[in-house]
Design a protein around this ligand. Structure first.
Ligand SMILES: CC(=O)N[C@H]1[C@@H](OP(=O)(O)OP(=O)(O)OC[C@H]2O[C@@H](n3ccc(=O)[nH]c3=O)[C@H](O)[C@@H]2O)O[C@H](CO)[C@@H](O)[C@@H]1O
Ligand SMILES: C=C(OP(=O)(O)O)C(=O)O
Length: 420
């Protein structure tokens, strides 16, 4: 559990790690390469380690030196991913695309990840079927094979710009026969990062970062040395940590253009976000936090992965804010925990109305998912008294040394073994 003594100001600077969601997709992409890959700026996270275990189970050799991963995918010995690990993270499913493209066969259990909605994989499956794959879901496992061992380029329209489906299909198409066009593709920076990684191995991809992505299949991809982009959600979490504790903070290793919706909304609450050096952002806090509305949307809209943290900030704003979650159908579970801390929030469907209060009070709370955990940490930093957060396994999936980074900034928080 995490014990937080609230109401301390933060100060100084913090280094943002590599992006979890980029690193995980790119690790899946390593399956496409029949040589070795070096990945830099890979965060040391439970999810990344789990993805590493999946790759190792397929025969890929993996070594970590600090934030660099060396992966040798010359020999893939099997196309079957282990249930025990796949069931724990969403991104593990994305290997179905590269496995099918490389081996012509894949058996991947239905994935896990944060419990924030039903999270089906129908868009991934339909796209692979459009590329000629035969797919059957039996006993919780997606079995897919490509006749004659090769996927075929296709025109694919996604009903929703799913990040994972765009990534799965883009990877699959890099080694398919002919051209693939993905319409209504996700435009997230992590999709662009994955495309850049694939291009660095010789893939032919155009349009990543727009709604239409073209991929011309090649017969083989080669070795690469690639640096993962900084984590925009970790950066956003630290910006909100500064805003909620009314502290000035400098963030290093951030790409400001990936944070446009968040910065705009932070400025509506009265904070100032200033671009300093290359890849640096400084937050100057508001004297009083002003209420504002947010609605989560696919990129470049406000990120669903920042909704919980931003809601924590709005609990202390002057006035009423409306938070609308449109991406996932069950991503407001942090509301009940914030209420324990004195927040005044009413929920109707996918909308939360937050009536700002002058002060939160520390309380024992339960972290229900990754970003909900981060929101509770932020609320605990601002609250009066002690907050105790249970169930840290979610936090460790997605934040590299969050409490150590916060301690360096002056926060008073410690991790403790659970006392039974
Ligand atoms: C590992 C990773 O990168 N995770 C991110 C990724 O998740 P993930 O790739 O799972 O998110 P998607 O963009 O696919 O999901 C968005 C919506 O589409 C629905 N959907 C998705 C696929 C599908 O086949 N059918 C379907 O209906 C989902 O249930 C959800 O309601 O993007 C999300 C949206 O930005 C982020 O919150 C996650 O942090
Ligand atoms: C929802 C998230 O992760 P995952 O898709 O891995 O569950 C997240 O990073 O906020």
């Amino acid at each position: 559990m995490l014990r937080i003594e609230g109401r301390s100001r933060l100060s100084g600077q913090v280094q943002i790690s590599g992006a979890k969601n980029s690193a995980l997709a790119i690790m899946a992409g390593v399956v496409l390469c029949s040589q070795t890959c070096r990945l830099r700026n890979v965060p040391n996270l439970v999810d990344v380690n789990r993805m590493g275990q999946i790759l190792e189970s397929l025969g890929i050799q993996l070594q970590r030196h600090g934030s660099t991963l060396e992966l040798d995918a010359t020999h893939i010995t099997q196309g079957q991913a282990p249930y025990e690990v796949v069931s724990q993270l969403r991104a593990s499913f994305f290997i179905i695309g590269p496995l099918l493209a490389r081996l012509g066969t894949a058996q991947v259990p239905l994935p896990g990840g944060c419990a924030i909605g039903a999270r089906p994989v129908d868009l991934h499956v339909r796209g692979l079927q459009a590329m000629g794959a035969h797919v059957q879901i039996e006993h919780g496992v997606v079995n897919a094979y490509a006749p004659q061992g090769k996927l075929k380029g296709a025109k694919i329209y996604l009903d929703y710009p799913s990040v994972g489906a765009t990534e799965t299909l883009m990877m699959a198409a890099t080694l398919a026969e002919g051209e693939t066009c993905i319409e209504n593709a996700a435009q997230e920076p992590e999709v662009i990062d994955l495309a850049n990684f694939c291009r660095s191995m010789g893939a032919r991809i155009k349009g990543a970062g727009t709604k239409t992505i073209w991929i011309e299949g090649v017969s083989q991809l080669h070795s690469t040395d690639y640096e993962v982009i900084p984590d925009r959600i970790e950066a956003g979490t630290f910006l909100v940590a500064a805003a909620i504790t009314q502290s000035e903070l400098l963030l290093n290793n951030v790409i400001a253009s990936h944070l446009i919706p968040l910065i705009a909304k932070l400025e509506e609450t009265g904070a100032k976000v200033i671009k300093e050096g290359e890849r640096q952002l400084r937050l100057l806090p508001a004297e009083r936090i002003v209420a504002t509305d947010i609605e989560t949307l696919p990129y470049p809209g406000f990120p669903t992965d920042m909704q919980a943290q931003f809601m924590a900030l709005l609990t202390l704003a002057e006035g009423n804010s409306m938070v609308t979650e449109t991406v996932f159908e069950n991503r407001l579970r942090h509301v009940a925990e914030l209420q324990r801390m004195g927040a005044n929030i009413r929920v109707k469907g996918n909308i939360a109305i937050v009536k700002g209060v002058p002060l939160l009070s520390g309380a024992p709370v339960l972290a229900t998912d990754l970003r909900a955990s981060a929101a509770l940490v932020l609320a605990g930093l601002a609250a009066e008294g002690t907050t105790i957060i249970q169930d840290l396994q979610h936090l460790d999936r997605g934040y590299e040394q969050l409490e150590v980074k916060l301690q360096h900034l002056g926060a008073r928080l410690t991790r403790q073994e659970k006392v039974s």
